[in-house]
Design a protein around this ligand. Structure first.
Ligand SMILES: *Cc1c(COP(=O)(O)O)cnc(C)c1O
Length: 384
């Protein structure tokens, strides 16, 4: 059977072959296999060197000092470390936090825990474009606000937040700013200092690296103090214990080095694919784009198929690997909370699909995907 066309790069990317090759060199006896924390022999020193080289590669993509990079198991853990770590280090009874209703679950679920612990959390609602406006943050800030946590790029819409403007507001009031940049890295040029963020979550597997590794940027000047969530040997300057997975760190480093080197090339490729995809799909029927059509990264688009039913839509588009954004709760399928929050009705949210392209998508894939959407919609109109 023919494989569906993979258009779900925002869920995860395949590992770049150059990354896989670098990782392979860090596993077996003849490679860099040792514990990077082993200080008493050359094997350990080599592993430490490999991990520190990778740390520099990750830091380079966000234009910062390698000492500001703390390894984690992914953006989920980085978000947990940032949010709970700030709450534990800086929170007092009555402390207040600000986030948005369209954050990734890894952020929303952390704030649900903080609410259970008695902290106050304000959930900002995005505008219809899917943006959080800086003025909303300004209005929500209180004297007892400790942390603002907002994403750089939304994973369902691809919409970009004006983090630089938001960071200035936070800075003025001495409030910490955490940014989940899992969907921004490798898609946008990122300069952590210029953005003015205090904490920033990154993931390898959205950028052609392996799953199971990520990092938290923790600003050094002036230093940001967070409480560790994982205790053990005091690795990562006490912020995150556990033996570093050399092959994973090296994989993320290589992936981020490639992302930096090839950022413009990748962006150019995404733009070309995306404009063909958008032109083709919008022309195929009564289709619109959910969220902002222009203030977004070029690799993600969320289409609303008006007058269609979600199930039937997925059925006729089964040769496309795309994402519905729906979540299965025990009793029913809930349409995407992100779409509902930007004012898309439940029915239309059910009939919405996220398409995301990547480095290995070819123009031929887009042509076939567009043809598939045309055929699918024609089939559905014959049926009704
Ligand atoms: C994928 C993603 C995460 C989770 O990252 P993992 O590395 O898979 O834990 C968090 N936030 C956003 C915005 C994401 O897209």
């Amino acid at each position: 059977m023919k494989q569906p066309i993979y258009l779900d790069y925002a869920a995860t990317t395949p590992v770049d072959p150059r990354v896989a090759e670098a990782m392979t060199r860090c596993l077996t006896m003849d490679g860099i296999f040792a514990n990077p924390a082993s200080r008493s022999h050359r094997y350990g020193w080599q592993a430490e060197e490999a991990v520190e080289n990778a740390r520099r590669q990750v830091a380079d993509l966000i234009a910062t000092d390698p000492r500001a990079v703390v390894w984690t198991s992914g953006a989920t853990e980085a978000n947990n470390l940032a949010i709970k770590g700030v709450a534990q280090a800086h929170g007092k009874p009555g402390s207040h936090f600000i986030t948005s209703t369209i954050e990734h679950k890894a952020v929303l679920d952390c704030f649900a825990v903080l609410e259970e612990q008695g902290y106050a959390v304000t959930y900002l609602q995005p505008n219809e474009q899917g943006e959080i406006e800086p003025e909303q943050v300004a209005k929500a800030l209180r004297p007892e606000t400790v942390l603002v946590s907002l994403m750089l790029v939304n994973n369902e819409l691809g919409v970009i937040n004006d983090i630089e403007a938001i960071s200035q507001l936070c800075r003025q009031q001495d409030v910490l700013l955490h940014v989940d940049a899992a969907q921004g890295a490798g898609k946008l040029a990122i300069d952590a200092q210029q953005l003015g963020v205090d904490l920033m979550s990154l993931s390898a597997h959205k950028v052609y690296g392996p799953k199971g590794v990520g990092a938290l940027y923790v600003r050094r000047t002036p230093p940001v103090v967070i409480s560790a969530q994982m205790h053990g040997g005091g690795h990562e300057r006490g912020m995150r214990s556990g033996t570093l997975a050399t092959h994973q760190c090296v994989g993320m480093g290589e992936a981020f080095a490639i992302a930096k080197l090839e950022l413009e090339q990748d962006q150019h490729h995404y733009h070309a694919l995306m404009s063909a995809l958008v032109d083709g799909v919008l022309a195929a029927g009564d289709v619109s784009i959910n969220g902002a059509a222009s203030n977004k990264v070029a690799n993600i688009v969320n289409f609303a198929f008006h007058g269609q039913e979600g199930d039937r839509l997925m059925m006729v588009l089964k040769d496309l690997a795309v994402s519905s954004g729906s979540a299965c709760t025990s009793a029913s399928v809930e349409p995407s909370y992100v779409l509902q929050q930007i004012g898309v009705g439940r029915e239309l949210a059910h009939a919405s699909l996220r398409f995301s392209v990547g480095r290995f998508t070819q123009m031929d894939d887009i042509d076939r995907a567009v043809a598939s959407v045309q055929d699918g919609l024609a089939k559905l109109s014959r049926l009704s």
